[in-house]
Write a protein that binds this ligand. Structure first.
Ligand SMILES: [Zn+2]
Ligand SMILES: [Zn+2]
Length: 167
């Protein structure tokens, strides 16, 4: 019986989910991972501009029913590439939620060729139109629990801290 290695789409989507846990906006926790040649080149989650207060501390800054404080996960990941001078041409992106229109436009313009998403999220009609016009591929990924069972070995696993009530 051979051990089944985690497939790439599970490996990268799992990381996207992990990153979403760092989100600072309670309205939606989103994670994104940019991948090139089967390697993660950047990652992001939705949060404030560095130096600003966090939604989780001060509440969301809502305008027209949107929290305007946060930079979306996809944008943060792309900006990380800009900041550190990493090419996104031909890359792929793994996102926990289908990108909004603004992020979709950025993803396309950054030369990213495929969008993997875990969940649909108000999938924008114009965004979808642009995606197909540009020829970018979209694939919905479901996580397979068997590959993540190792993250929860059980209460006795020595890798985990004992459960505490606060934080
Ligand atoms: Zn917020
Ligand atoms: Zn967005």
């Amino acid at each position: 019986m051979s051990y089944k290695r985690i497939p790439w789409n599970q490996y990268f989507m799992g990381q996207s989910v992990l990153l979403s846990l760092r989100s600072t906006c309670e309205r939606l926790e989103v994670g994104a991972v940019i991948v090139r040649d089967k390697r993660v080149i950047a990652g992001g989650y939705n949060g404030s501009v560095s130096g600003d207060t966090h939604c989780i501390d001060d509440g969301c800054y809502v305008v027209d029913d949107h929290c305007v404080r946060t930079i979306h996960a996809e944008m943060n990941a792309i900006l990380q590439c800009a900041k550190f001078g990493i090419s996104t041409e031909g890359a792929e992106i793994y996102v926990t939620h289908f990108p909004c229109l603004a992020c979709t436009k950025m993803i396309l313009q950054a030369g990213i060729k495929k969008i993997y998403h875990l969940e649909d999220y108000h999938n924008n009609e114009y965004g979808l139109k642009l995606i197909s016009a540009v020829g970018v591929k979209v694939e919905k990924v479901k996580l397979s629990r068997k590959y993540f069972d190792k993250l929860t070995f059980g209460e006795n696993d020595e890798s985990f801290l004992p459960e505490i009530n606060e934080e």
